[in-house]
Design a protein. Structure first.
Length: 251
């Protein structure tokens, strides 16, 4: 069975609650595509207003981060139960900005992935290499290591439902996109790694996104690749361009 494409916006630290509602309303008529799952991963403070603004539309709600703990004395953190109660379905885990700026390592991210599954949230697990790693020729080794570490203890049934986002760090927010062939090579290697950890059924079911300066101009070529099942979109998610990416299969 063909995998359904999933296009997710990562709003990062952009949009106040009132700006967020405005953006949802601007994008509403542009992001209708029955062939595609559409997700807005928004700042924590925007989750409730965006949840209200997308009611009755095809858009699903996502968070950008989540605690690995259930509840209690973790000042500033947000739990899976809080996200679920607010209508969140997806949660980005291990974005390179969290790995880099906030030193989130694979053991910590593995706990978040397990917590998301325990609670019934769908993780969008990010992985990706730096420019130095790409130039040193260790991209595929690095990605395999991230995937194997972050999925410790995850069952095949759980893995089938999740999303992995391949995001080369050198392509995020830089305007430099991986070529469709470069992106396909790594997304294919991720799928092979999943087959190695689990089985071919799981590898065929899991959805793998590309992220890194995807835009209205380059999305068609990237999304035509057999192992690229969608996109995680940063900058372009805040603009009407996002609607063009969601409708990549229409002319
Ligand atoms: C991201 O941060 O997930 C991302 C892909 O950003 P951009 O599209 O701006 O490169």
């Amino acid at each position: 069975m063909a995998r359904r494409k999933i296009i997710a916006g990562n709003w990062k630290m952009n949009k106040t609650p009132s700006e967020a509602k405005e953006l949802v309303n601007t994008l509403k008529p542009l992001v209708e595509n029955p062939d595609v799952d559409v997700v807005y991963c928004v700042p924590a403070i925007d989750i409730v207003p965006v949840g209200e603004a997308i009611r009755g539309t095809n858009v699903q709600l996502g968070a950008e981060n989540m605690s690995d703990q259930d509840k209690g004395a973790y000042t500033g953190e947000i739990s899976a139960d809080m996200l679920l109660d607010a209508g969140v379905k997806f949660v980005i885990i291990g974005h390179s900005e969290r790995r880099g700026y906030y030193h989130e390592d694979d053991a910590f991210l593995n706990r978040k992935v397990l917590k998301a599954f325990e609670k019934g949230l769908t993780p969008i697990l990010c992985c990706g290499e730096s420019l130095e790693q790409r130039e040193a020729g260790v991209t595929l080794d690095w990605i395999r290591l991230q995937i194997k570490s972050d999925l410790q203890g995850v069952t095949a049934e759980q893995a089938k439902t999740m999303v992995i986002a391949y995001e080369p760090i050198w392509a995020i927010g830089t305007g430099k996109t991986a070529t469709a062939d470069q992106a396909e090579e790594v997304c294919g290697a991720i799928r092979s790694t999943i087959a190695e950890i689990y089985d071919t059924d799981t590898a065929e079911a899991i959805r793998i996104q590309y992220g890194g300066s995807m835009n209205a101009g380059n999305c068609k070529e990237l999304l035509a690749k057999p192992d690229i099942d969608g996109g995680l979109i940063g900058g372009a998610a805040l603009k009407p361009d996002f609607g063009k990416i969601v409708n990549y299969n229409k002319d």
